[in-house]
Structure formats: C-alpha cells, structure tokens
Design a protein around this ligand. Structure first.
Ligand code: GCW
Length: 658
C-alpha cells in the first residue's frame, strides 16, 4: 500500500534506460557492510525490476564496495567516493571509504544519485560531526509536541521485543546521514537512567549500531537525588560527582558506544546547577568529567525566567555569553535557531555570533509545534537554509554564516540536532510532506551549506516521481509553503501568537497566563496607536546582542527585510511600509495573502493527480483542505482581533473576517 511507510526509500522501477548494475561485490561481511549490501540489493532490484546477486568477484556489471587500506584523508571517518570504471571487462561502480559506515553512506548516496539523475561519480563527507535527532519522547509512550502518533520506543516490551521498525528507522536515518539519536524527552524523567531502562536502551543501541547511529539520553539533573538518594545534586559536591561517574560507568558497561547526555537545566522548571548557586558550566563540566573521552554533553541554552524582568529574547545570551571558553572540551552548547522558540520566522539566535570559543550546536525543530502540527504543509528546509545562511559577523568579521559557526571549523566538535517529528503513524511523520522536513534536516546536518531547493527536489523525485511535471510545481509549492504559513499566522515579524499550551491556532488576545512572557500580548504589544516589539535601544535593546554589522540587517525599519519588521520595531499603525501602504493595511493584506495562498495550494495539488498514487493523493488533498480552512481561521481571528486594537477600516477589496 502507498501509505508512506517506505519514505524516500521506495525504489520503484525507473523509466530511464540507464542500465543498472546486476551484482554487488563486497569483501567484508561486517554488520555495516551487510546493511550496505542489503540496501543496494533492495534498491537496485526495485529500481531495475531484476534480481540482484551478491558476489565475491566481478563477473557482471557490479557495484563494488571497498574499504580503503590506505586511508584517504579528505574522506574522514564517514565520507565516501563513488567512481564509475571497468573491472574484469565489466562496467563497475566503485564505492570506497575509509570505514564501513562510509560505505553505507556511499551506498545510500549512489541509490539517491541514480534516482535523482545526478552523475554517479562523487566524493562527499559530512561537514558536521554530530547529526542528531532529539526525540521528545516520554517513557509512557507519549511524545511532547509529537503529532505523528505515539513514541516509536516500546519501553513496555523492550528489551525483549525487537520491533523491525527500529531497523527501518535506522535505515531511514542512515540514508540521510543522521548518526545519533537522543531517545527521551529533554523534560526528562530520572527513571530513564535506571538499570531496566538502560537495558532497553541497549537493545536499541545494538539495533542502530550497524547503521552508524549512536544513542544518547536526556539526563535529569536532579537524578542523584531521585535515584541515588543523595540530599543534593550540587555539581561541586564530591558525592554527586561520584554518583554521575558511577552512572556513566554503568551506562558504558551496557552501551559501549553511548554518545552522551543532552541536558535541559534551569529552564521551564527543570532542575539545574543554579538551584545550588552554581553556573551552567559547573553543571555541564561535571557531567563531561563523568563521561570522559567516551561521550559528549549537549547543554541546552534554551533558558528564560519569569523572575527576570528583561526581554525573554535576551536571556540566553546574558546567561551564556559570559561563560564562553569555560566549558570542558567534550561539551557543546545547544542553541535553538532563534531566541524565542521555533516561531514560523525568527532571526538567528544572537549566541551564534557571540561564543567563538565554544562549539555551538544548532537545534532546529522538525516537528511543527508552531507551524500547524502535521496538518499544515510547511517545508522547513527553506527555513533551515534561511537561518544557516545568515551572517553572524562573529568576531566582527564577515563570512561567518550560522552554517560556518555550526560547522565549527576551529573546534574538535560540531553538531546539529533536530527535534524529531517521528512516531508510530504508518507514514512516520503524521503527513506525507512532513517526511520532507526529516529528510531536509538530515541533508542539511550533513552539509549546512546545502540548498533547500535541491534537497526538496531530491526528496520529491524519490518519494513520488522524477517526472518534471510533478517535481517542478511541487518543489515550488514546498519552497513557498513556510512563507505562506508565516503570512497567515505571524506576518511582518509578529511572533508567539499561538493559543495557550497546545500552540495550535490563533490566540493573540491571550493575556491572562501565570507568566507574562507566555502571553501573546507580551509579544505583539498592539494598542490603538501601533504594534510590535521594540528591540532597539529605545526598547529592550536585544538588537545590541548581535554584532554591529548584523544589527544593520534590522536596525532601520525603512531598509530592513519587512518580514522581520515587528520583531524589532514597535510602529504606528500609520507607519508607511515599503509598498507605500500604511502598516495596518499591509498587515491585513499579508494575512489575507497567506490565507489565499493556502487555499491555492489545493489547486496546485489537484493538478498533480495524474502523477501520484490515489492513496497519498487523497491523504494530502485532505490535509490541504484542513490547512486552507485553518489559514482562514487564523486570518479572520487575527484581523478581527487586531482591528479591535487599531480601530481602522479594512483596506479596499479585503473581505471582512467571518
Ligand atoms: O518549544 C517549547 C515547547 C516545550 C519544550 C520547550 C523546550 C521540551 O513548548 O514543549 O519542552 O520548548 O525546548 O525545552
């Protein structure tokens, strides 16, 4: 059935006349090489419609997998080389790498290249060391901000049940270069570190290992109290340090290649070192010492407190920037793409330009908490690319894009994490187009300078069909889709307007929550005179956390990209926008445009019917119908609410909200 289970690994027969290899030749038989051979066999037999044999020598057109005996420096431990040639009078495709995992990545790359019509010869290696999914999966099987069913991890039946789906999960991730996964929610339960759960996690680690995927765990900072019976979790207390060291040893005894800990500390009520008057680096470095050279600590910078009167936008920077250079060598600080929280559009986080002595790991959200869950189509590759290409002017120098900071050229460690959008739904991601966000995350983690458009093209070709009559319009629709969502939810730099708790649907009027910094009114500040958050010197001055040159992107409302306008400026309703229209009219028209574009996506999709199987065609048509309806809901509710503030008439030709 075309239920999406096979993701972009469908391997349907290719129409092209290109003759494909008939055999796979490999010398070794390690679990990873076996996985590569099995994938090539599955892929090539699907694509060619023929049986593909496995041989020790070349006697037919073959793919030959070879681990290099003299290491090739440029390939590193995970890179590969693919070359066409001849051997024993037969055409061959040689995949070579320094390591088995390089061969597996090469096998996936070769299959991708034949499906997308790229030339076979290539050399490639990842630019980022740690390419991780972060699962916000709870031990009870629920997933925080998960919209694709329950958690994949069947903790109840592990360690005995080895669901074959775990292998398919590993295949899918390896196919896009993901090499690690944090199994449990950053809002962590200490229980995940107990012996029974470690035994379960060890089974997952064993299943993922041949695919080059290491497992990591979110660690609850107060675990020494909850599990160890200690009176404190103070990171400078010798008993606490000894507890973590013993815990790390216990983990490594079960999972020898355990990747390390992800930690959310002193954030949204989670325990942390500040509970004991200590700093982030005190906490991170203690865990780093416990792991030693066996693993890493990924310490999250997502911190903000209601007690701090300052603009939430500024708090992570204020807490972390002064500690640049004070983290242990096996610590990365994990920073969300923007300073608020995965909004439909955010300027890049100022920390990316501000901590040159610390490896900064990117945290993107793949699951669409603030972009319509799994129902609204929003291709995030375009969003990730926008963030990664922004110039931070780190050290006052141009050319320090976020991508380059994340690649961490002068650090031993580098990383990119994506909050997973995967669950037990047959199609893994809750909707077919959300698979593209998982795919794009992996490809951009491998190469942060990659092109979102090229990635969407690859994905569309493999997931549906290489027919340009499908690919061209669908990729155009994908590339536009996230702008459309930003337009009908949070136009012109507005942000955090989603309804309370669930974050689905509009709630710009909400102003009664326990914490002011959770209320949408805190962010839009609309009244009868104007709208927007002044983050310049006359306001919170968050802008000053960016390098002087980066500040120029947003300092002047007249010359800036207006898609960020109200993020940084509070302006009068009569303020004249670039179009010549007053701000009020521009705001209403942008909402209206977003809703219209959402409706128009249905038409584009309707025209794709000849190229798509009926099952996926219908499923997508129905989510687009929901999206169009809800885009109108966003438009109507937002226009009506803001009109109650502005008191102004709608611009000519715009329908009144229903
Ligand atoms: O985006 C917000 C979410 C929380 C999440 C938190 C975080 C895991 O609303 O659900 O908690 O951020 O990133 O820690």
């Amino acid at each position: 059935a075309e239920d999406g289970y096979d993701l972009w690994l469908r391997y349907k027969p290719l129409a092209s006349a290109e003759p494909l290899p008939r055999a796979i030749v490999a010398q070794d038989n390690t679990p990873t090489v076996k996985a590569a051979v099995a994938e090539l066999q599955r892929g090539l037999s699907g694509l060619s419609g023929r049986r593909i044999s496995v041989a020790k020598n070349v006697s037919a057109p073959s793919v030959v997998l070879t681990r290099l005996t003299t290491p090739e420096a440029g390939l590193g431990n995970e890179g590969y080389m693919i070359r066409e040639g001849r051997q024993n009078g037969q055409p061959v495709v040689r995949i070579r790498a320094n390591s088995d995992i390089g061969l597996l990545y090469g096998a996936f790359a070769y299959l991708r290249r034949i499906q997308t019509g790229a030339t076979t010869d290539t050399t490639d290696a990842p630019k980022v060391r740690l390419r991780l999914l972060n699962h916000w999966d709870n031990l009870d099987g629920t997933v925080e901000r998960g919209y694709a069913g329950a958690s994949l991890w069947d903790w109840w039946r592990l360690p005995d049940l080895q669901d074959p789906r775990y292998t398919d999960y590993a295949r899918a991730n390896a196919s896009i270069g993901i090499n690690g996964t944090v199994l449990n929610n950053v809002n962590a339960k200490a229980a995940s570190l107990t012996a029974p759960y470690l035994d379960k996690a060890a089974v997952l680690a064993d299943t993922f290992r041949p695919y080059g995927i290491r497992i990591y765990l979110s660690a609850r900072f107060s675990a020494p109290i909850e599990l160890g019976g200690l009176k404190t979790a103070d990171p400078l207390d010798p008993a606490v340090r000894a507890w973590w060291k013993a815990k790390a040893d216990e983990i490594y005894a079960k999972i020898p290649d355990f990747g390390g800990f992800l930690v959310k500390a002193n954030s949204e009520g989670q325990p942390g070192p500040q509970d004991y008057g200590r700093t982030h680096e005190d906490g991170a470095n203690m865990l780093a010492e416990a792991l030693g050279n066996r693993g890493v600590v990924m310490w999250r910078a997502f911190v903000y407190k209601a007690e701090v009167a300052d603009d939430r936008h500024k708090q992570a920077y204020s807490e972390f920037k002064p500690h640049d250079g004070q983290f242990a060598p096996n610590v990365l600080v994990q920073v969300k793409n923007g300073a608020i929280d995965f909004q439909p559009r955010e300027p890049f986080h100022p920390l990316f330009g501000a901590m040159p002595k610390t490896p900064l790991m990117m945290e993107f959200q793949i699951t669409k908490e603030y972009l319509g869950f799994a129902t609204h189509l929003a291709y995030l590759g375009q969003y990730y690319e926008e963030t990664l290409r922004a110039d931070t002017f780190q050290n006052g120098q141009t050319g320090w894009s976020v991508a380059r900071v994340v690649e961490g050229e002068h650090h031993a460690l580098s990383g990119m994490a994506g909050v997973a959008n995967i669950g037990t739904d047959r199609n893994w991601s809750g909707s077919h187009f959300d698979q593209a966000n998982w795919y794009a995350f992996g490809r951009l983690a491998w190469n942060p300078q990659g092109s979102a458009h090229d990635i969407a093209t690859e994905w569309a070709k493999m997931t549906f069909t290489p027919d340009p009559r499908f690919v061209t319009p669908v990729v155009a629709l994908m590339m536009r889709s996230r702008e459309t969502v930003a337009d009908y939810m949070t136009p012109l730099g507005l942000h955090h307007l989603m309804d309370t708790g669930h974050h689905y649907g509009p709630g710009p009027w909400v102003d009664n929550l326990g914490r002011p910094d959770w209320n949408p009114v805190y962010y839009h500040k609309a009244d009868d005179k104007g709208i927007g958050f002044d983050r310049t010197r006359t306001g919170s001055d968050a802008l000053s956390q960016y390098d002087l040159q980066a500040q120029k992107f947003w300092a002047d409302p007249k010359s800036m990209d207006e898609r960020y306008l109200l993020w940084f400026h509070h302006l009068s309703w009569d303020y004249k926008t670039r179009s010549g229209r007053p701000l009020w009219d521009e705001l209403v028209l942008t909402y209206d445009k977003g809703a219209k574009e959402a409706a128009a996506m249905q038409q584009t999709w309707a025209e794709m019917k000849p190229y798509v199987d009926a099952e996926r065609f219908k499923a997508i048509a129905s989510t687009l119908r929901i999206q169009a309806r809800e885009a109108k809901w966003w438009r109507d509710a937002s226009i009506a609410y803001f009109q109650s503030k502005s008191g102004r008439p709608l611009p000519a030709g715009v329908a009144a909200p229903e």
